[in-house]
Design a protein around this ligand. Sequence first.
Ligand code: NDP
Ligand code: 2IT
Length: 464
Amino acid sequence: MSTVLNPPHASTAEYVDQVMQIVKAKNPGEPEFHQAVFEVLDCLRPAMKRHPEYQEAKMLERITEPERVVMFRVPWFDDKSQPQVNRGFRIEMSSAIGPYKGGLRFHPSVNLSILKFLAFEQVFKNSLTTLPMGGGKGGSDFDPKGKSDNEVMRFCQSFMSELQRHIGPDTDIPAGDIGVGGREIGYLFGQYKRLRNEFSGVLTGKSMDWGGSLIRPEATGYGSVYFAVEMLKTRGETLEGKECIISGSGNVSQYTVEKCLDFGAKPITLSDSDGFIYDPEGISREKLAWVMDLKNNRRGRIKEYADKFKKAMYTPIDRKLDYNPLWNVPAQCAFPSATQNEINPKDAKNMLKNGVKLVSEGANMPSALEATKMFIDAKILYGPAKAANAGGVATSGLEMSQNSMRLSWTREEVDDRLHKIIIAIHKNCFETAEKYGQPGNLVLGANIAGFLKVANAMLEQGLV
Ligand code: NDP
Ligand code: 2IT
């Protein structure tokens, strides 16, 4: 198909358009994957023009084709001794610059399209971190919500019984994502160790007592705020006193709130899949500690926040609305930290109308393509996910280094390395955007900078 659609003498513009059509035709019914690919490919146009060797090497066809996709059955017994069956996946997208690296997501919405988009994004994100990590993603349509610890353990053991043959500390190193936190990583690691008879750095996000890194739990949220601070610096501003709207209430959101507070900002919202809370007084450290206990220990719903703290308001999700009222809360900064496509064009319009001047994406691809375009056109400070949330996987890379050296760095040392990596990512995206003629467009900067390193590695390694 590609030879028909891609004559060797196509112009760069034609070539990019043709590859987009190829991706659509070859991957039917995968809208999230198309979306992620379109955003990247569209940004790569100026780089493709400058580097005809990539077109000659069919680089775009190659980077949009996963190196390997594994799909498998995950059978397990629930607490009533009833058999259950889920579907497991691991997408090994690219090993051009290091072993496959990326999280596992357990959520009922998980499918091939979502994991392929996440794996594709991960390739460029990992490239930006400056660390030697390829890109991958995996997970299952299993829903940990409402399951007992024993059910989660039996599911994780079954999932790892198959996954173990595809991963390893020098091959593919999974970590957490939505629905996969410390508890799940523990069960997955235990089963890997038992089956392979080896104690290794095969997973990141491990507990501190058995190979984990300090700051890994905090890293994605901290990194997203560090990235916001770097963006603000370019306009001579700080986070001090700024009101921040944050979505989600899981790992990324919690540590985004914490780091916002460290920089003197005022976080005012949090959400889960049932609704959101707006606290006009601000989410203080004490309230955050309460949220962490609610979400991480009691596994409760964010609605309870408004029962506990009387000045806060709770708004349940109204599926009939074509916008999310959370994004209609006036604020200067927004940290979408829940899930993909949580900001549609109407939300983006509301945000811009209400004074949002900065968006730092903690979640992966939280903005729909048109919303992304609106942020760029409005020339607000816009940190795209693959740059703004790279602190999580970067600190996973630091965990891998510590595991290889069989030692652990202090909190300060890891946080300092994380902070420096985020500063370097911002600088790289900022300078690349300037170099390719679109100053301030960090989406373009991130995509081109992330791509160049991977593409050059692929050229040097030959057609594999
Ligand atoms: P968690 O599982 O800890 O938290 C997810 C949060 O988002 C929960 O509040 C959840 O609500 C909400 N949420 C999830 N899916 C939906 C949905 N479909 N609609 C509305 N709300 C939803 O996950 P993380 O905090 O780890 O991940 C959040 C985002 O950050 C994801 O996009 C992830 O890919 C990204 N990310 C995570 C990294 C990490 O290190 N963990 C690194 C980089 C990016 P509920 O509990 O009701 O489901
Ligand atoms: O999307 C992501 O970058 C993650 N979920 C973290 C991946 C990792 O390997 O730490």
